[in-house]
Ligand binder design. Structure first.
Ligand SMILES: *Cc1c(COP(=O)(O)O)cnc(C)c1O
Length: 390
């Protein structure tokens, strides 16, 4: 089996297997409630501090909590509250749908003056830089984008877009779900305000692992957490009846953290820190260029289009190939060729290159097998009906 879906669900790190077994048997099974004082309570900040090392932030600027969707809700709403008198959220149509739904919900909640403006990509592949420059103005409260977009893999220039938003007094909230662990990110260097991201993709934290959030240090005391729960309370265990936010980033915690989830995330993050993101990025670019070369020579003649940017600097670590029979081809690819990509409508076969474990040989074999599916028309017996999880 060739796994090209590490950008949707990363592989299981061997260390996580042993670590989780210990967390279940000894920590949960034996230590029980004492576990909270023996390390569990520190996990959100400790693992967040390690993730900070992957995204160019300070250790006290990153926490692990909740899901990406919930963190996006918390930070986007906090930003709107802080941006009194501004009513527009700017994003693009390459963004992940959950992000758009959350933003739409926030605007409904804030009232009829608030709106989300979705700027259209010129070609469905590249980010709409000119459109964003035109849309961002003095009514813009927040600009929020996927740093690397889930379908085409387009990667925004973090510094340039952050600067553009700041020129107009807008805050920026980046979603790093398809960037974290895939390429080096310089959050502090870009002066970015807010960020969220996923840990079960390139960070290999496991299915449904908790997400991370970043709040630049100087904003931490000024932004309110709209889900102000007891874990973000100044003295949670005083059980006081009035909320008083904890100092610093801790106020962005809401409820009890997922201890087993966090335990697995830490193993994945440790592995990436050990490998070094600069080295992983160098390999990822070489592998992506290699795959694009194979596409041009061996797949384009069979009707596949490159639905990702051609310039390596503007790409994350996955490549989308389009084909009119994409869905049926993906089914045959999985069932008969034992290659696992994923499929994104309308026609994208998305190939995730995860340099931690993807080899050049696997890329070569995966392309050969994709040719076989088309040349031998193996896909023709599959139905065009799309299943629930793709
Ligand atoms: C994967 C992903 C998410 C996932 O959000 P969940 O809350 O974990 O379901 C959100 N945003 C983007 C851009 C993603 O790629």
């Amino acid at each position: 089996m060739i796994y090209l879906d590490g950008n949707s669900l990363g592989r299981l790190p061997l260390a996580a297997q042993a670590r989780l077994a210990d967390a279940v048997t000894r920590e949960w099974g034996d230590r029980l409630i004492r576990g909270w004082n023996e390390g569990w309570i520190d996990l959100p900040a400790r693992v967040g501090g390690k993730i900070a090392g992957l995204i160019g932030a300070q250790p006290d600027e990153v926490l692990v909590a909740d899901s990406t969707s919930v963190n996006l809700y918390k930070l986007a709403l906090a930003a709107l509250h802080a941006q009194h008198g501004r009513h527009t959220i700017i994003t693009d149509d390459l963004n992940f749908p959950s992000d758009l739904y959350i933003l739409q919900g926030i605007c409904r909640q804030m009232g009829p003056d608030y709106r989300v403006q979705v700027v259209a990509s010129p070609d469905g592949i590249h980010g709409p830089l000119a459109g964003l420059a035109q849309a961002i103005d003095d009514d813009t409260a927040l600009v929020t984008l996927s740093h690397t977009t889930f379908k085409s893999s387009y990667t925004y220039d973090l510094t340039a877009v952050t600067h553009l938003a700041h020129q107009h007094g807008a805050l920026v909230l980046w979603d790093f779900s398809h960037s974290a662990g895939a390429l080096p990110i310089g959050l502090n260097a870009a002066g970015a305000d807010l960020a969220v991201g996923c840990t079960y993709k390139y960070l290999n934290g496991g299915p449904g692992a908790p997400a991370f959030l970043y709040v630049r240090r100087d904003l931490q005391e000024t932004l309110p957490n709209p889900i102000a729960g007891w874990m973000g309370q100044r003295r949670a265990f005083d059980f006081g009846l009035e909320y008083e936010p904890a100092p610093g980033l801790a106020r962005f915690l809401s409820g009890t953290p997922s201890v087993l989830g966090l335990t697995a995330v830490e193993c994945g993050v440790d592995l990436l820190l050990e490998a070094g993101l600069d080295r992983l990025r160098a390999k990822s670019v070489r592998q992506s260029e290699y795959l694009i070369g194979l596409w041009a020579a061996r797949l384009e003649p069979l009707g596949f289009t490159l639905n990702s940017p051609r310039a390596a600097a503007r790409r994350g670590s996955h490549i989308s190939l389009g084909h009119p029979d994409g869905w049926r081809i993906a089914q045959a690819y999985i069932q008969e060729m034992h290659v696992l990509p994923d499929f994104r409508r309308p026609d994208n076969i998305r190939l995730g290159l995860t340099p931690l474990y993807t080899t050049f040989g696997e890329i070569d074999t995966a392309v050969a097998r994709l040719r076989t599916v088309v040349e031998e028309k193996l896909y023709e017996k599959y139905s065009g009906e799309i299943t629930a999880v793709t």
